[in-house]
Design a protein around this ligand. Structure first.
Ligand code: NAD
Length: 342
């Protein structure tokens, strides 16, 4: 196999983001050849395979994770199913791309990370914001010292509204494990070399307050302290009526960088009734270039595992913050990361 031979890929979990990723890989990533789709839901994988022209589909996720017909596996299933599929795929010698969060416990996180390292296989986590041109440029400027010492950071995620999911089906602590984990990774990305040391989280159900007592949470504000002195906030809400909105900022003693824009393009219309701009109604619309970027990176890494990508260690660093947030909410106090990170 030469470095230019596309890697044969199976994608497992053809739900909302899996459908987008499968389409992106199939149409826009020459280094990956999507040959197999899998989803346990009746006929779902086969329908997408038919739509895209992918040659095979199965309802058996484990068979796809270990198939001898593929070199790499993309896992886009619900968070709680990730580690078993990741572990099986690594055992079978596959490079793995796994949506965030890689795992929900540090033990699971470390186990699969070690497994990948020992096998010399890629284990890339879906922290796509790193591949957005604006966020990537901000990180470059920070690394180049343009803003000096990082003192303050901010990361915002507002999912597009109106909120339509059934709150009773949203797993506990999703706001930290699955939403803000992006922001924790971004803050870590904007503060290279530093480590988060303590966290204070406030959280509520303001979008769907009638489900608060059932444990549903849709709005959060987290403050984080880093060992280089930087202070950061991360915030999330599940229902921004103007569309998907992700933004980040880092402020230092020499300047500031900001990235992310709710506007779909830089076009602004100045009309008789005012000034307006179109916004993205979904993550896949606003952040497509970042999703494409992460799969181009996965294709590169599957040929040359020394190329950079977000790893299991990056997931651990964000997961530690998420776990500290949960402890902070449960106990109503700031929590040191050393209390949750073993
Ligand atoms: N990076 C991002 O911006 C981003 C965006 C959305 C979702 N995600 C992540 O992607 C994952 C999937 O999210 P989604 O919104 O597409 O969910 P979804 O519910 O729309 O899709 C999940 C799919 O997985 C299938 N599935 C369920 N159990 C399975 C199992 N045990 N094995 C294999 N497949 C199984 C379901 O049938 C469904 O088709 C989550 O981890 C989520 O956090 C990431």
């Amino acid at each position: 196999m030469t470095a230019t031979t596309p890697r044969r890929v199976a994608l497992i979990g053809t739900g909302r983001i899996g459908t987008h990723h499968a389409t992106t890989i199939h149409r826009e990533v020459p280094g990956l050849d999507l040959v197999l789709l899998a989803d346990p839901a009746d006929g779902v994988a086969q329908r997408l395979a038919d739509d895209l022209g992918v040659p095979a589909a199965t309802a058996d996720p484990m068979a796809a994770a270990t198939s001898s017909d593929v070199d790499a596996v993309v896992i886009t299933t619900p968070a709680r199913t990730h580690v078993d599929l990741v572990s099986a795929a690594l055992d079978a010698g596959k490079h793995v791309f796994c949506e965030k969060p890689l795992a929900l416990t540090l033990e699971d996180n470390d186990r699969v990370t070690k497994q990948a390292t020992e096998a010399g296989l890629v284990l890339q986590v879906g922290f796509n914001r790193r591949y957005d041109p604006g966020f990537a440029a901000a990180r470059k400027a920070i690394e180049a010292g343009q803003i000096g010492d990082v003192q303050l950071m901010r990361s915002v995620t507002r999912d597009p509204g109106p909120f339509k999911a059934d709150p009773t089906k949203v797993p506990a602590w999703t706001i930290f494990y699955e939403t803000l984990i992006h922001d924790f990774d971004l803050l870590n990305f904007f503060n290279p070399g530093a480590t988060a040391t303590s966290v204070y989280a406030r959280v509520d159900a303001l979008v769907a307050p009638e489900f608060r007592d059932a444990g549903f949470l849709d709005t959060a504000l987290v403050s984080i302290r880093y060992d280089n002195g930087a202070l950061a906030t991360a915030e999330a809400n599940f229902s921004a009526l103007y569309g998907y909105d992700v933004r980040g900022e880092a402020f230092g003693n020499k300047g500031m960088v900001t990235a992310g824009d709710a506007r779909l393009t830089s076009m602004t219309a100045f009309l008789a009734d005012g000034v307006a701009a179109a916004t993205g109604r979904s993550d896949t619309e606003l952040m497509h270039s970042s999703y494409l970027g992460e799969f181009l990176a996965f294709a590169d890494a599957a040929c040359d595992p020394s190329s950079p990508y977000p790893t299991g260690l990056d997931n651990r660093r964000s997961l530690e913050i998420a776990l500290a947030c949960i402890r902070s909410v449960e106990e109503g106090r700031p929590v040191e990361l050393s209390e949750v990170a073993s």
